[in-house]
Ligand binder design. Sequence first.
Ligand code: FAD
Length: 421
Amino acid sequence: MDTPETLLVIGAGHAGVELAFSARQQGWAGPIVLLGEEPHLPYHRPPLSKAFLCGTSDVDSLALRQATAFDASNIHLQLGVRVRAIDRAAHEVLLDDGASQSYAKLALCTGGRARLLAVPGMEGAAPPNLFSLRTQADALAIAGSLSEGARVVIIGAGYVGLEVAASARKLGAQVTVLETQPRVLARVTGAALSAFYESVHREAGVDVRTNASVAAIERDATGAANAVLCGNGERLPADVVIVGIGMLADTELAVAAGLRVEGGIVVDEHSVTSDPDIVAAGDCTVHDSALYGRRVRLESVPNALEQARAAAGWLCGKPRPNHAVPWFWSDQYDLKLQMAGLADGHDTCVVRGAIADRSFCAFYLREGRLIAVDAVNRPADFMLAKRAVAARVEVDPGMLSELAIPLAETLSTNALTKGNS
Ligand SMILES: Cc1cc2nc3c(=O)[nH]c(=O)nc-3n(C[C@H](O)[C@H](O)[C@H](O)COP(=O)(O)OP(=O)(O)OC[C@H]3O[C@@H](n4cnc5c(N)ncnc54)[C@H](O)[C@@H]3O)c2cc1C
């Protein structure tokens, strides 16, 4: 394996697996080695808070690729292996077991880990009934504790927290969600969507509390969490506590190796880092978005895949820069939410359709141009709008909200207008 033209990929998540297969497809002729710390066959992470947590999908269905696919593409997959350090001068990495592996080109696809809760009661080992959700192991542990009637307190009302709330309700648990911000999903969407999701969860029996801080975790004599103490003095008894307060990019290897890291490993549109022999893709990266004119860090499967493909293209001498529109999805109850673009900084929000029907779009505009869309149970509209976000079409808000005018007409008319302007 230690030939000079080895492509070594660290991290066997969505980005690492895609990068390895894409490089092989695009003509990487040398060995490809994929190292992953987790012991399982690489798997889809999104179902962990959805179907997998509810018990409607199993471990086998999570696999990104079957083991035979790695063999068929001659990708050498090594699981349960952690990379401890990168020696850029020697072009090799050091593994936890003391072994080393050389590379010609290196790909960092190390993803991220759950942000920890830092309040009194969290010193030392975490309580055995307090979880975060990032890995298959986390999901299995949570699933084992979500019994009917269990009192579950979820800290954080981002996508992961709300998806877990929906899954826990389906399993019959009593669920409280605590969010420090004045609204749920505050970091990722507009006020109308937040209000809608708050009402959906309340209707489903979730006790959603916004502007609610956590002061401490109360533990019993065995070390288990038995209550969450809130900033307003309230005590919420809990059988299970789930912390969903975001993710930290896994950048330690890159930092120690002296790569440029600014809240994530900095990459360009070809996913190349500050070292031309090292690419990076997925949740561990940040990049300058040409579409939004600013630095962004995206945590989504589509971004991991796009960056991985761009990296593979560049490594194989077939550059294909990544200018994809960010997009994401979330499944809660009977609702399929699809989002494209970044809504922050919008000056106008136009809702098309009736929120009460649980089938509508929220369009976000800045200076008359479409910068983002949230589509709830509207997959066809989403596809049209995603393209329009990419083109930054100029939109007449009045036309957008008018259901009698087909969306395709509104967006294409305006796209033409933009093209002629
Ligand atoms: C519960 C949950 C639900 C989600 N739902 C959605 C969704 O609905 N839609 C969506 O688009 N996105 C969703 N996401 C986000 C999405 O899963 C991530 O954006 C995506 O997994 C990122 O892929 P990645 O390969 O960059 O990182 P990861 O999936 O985190 O993979 C990185 C891998 O690298 C390994 N690794 C790290 N350091 C080392 C090392 N030193 N040595 C060896 N291996 C190492 C890690 O163990 C890990 O397996 C969800 C995430 C979670 C946690």
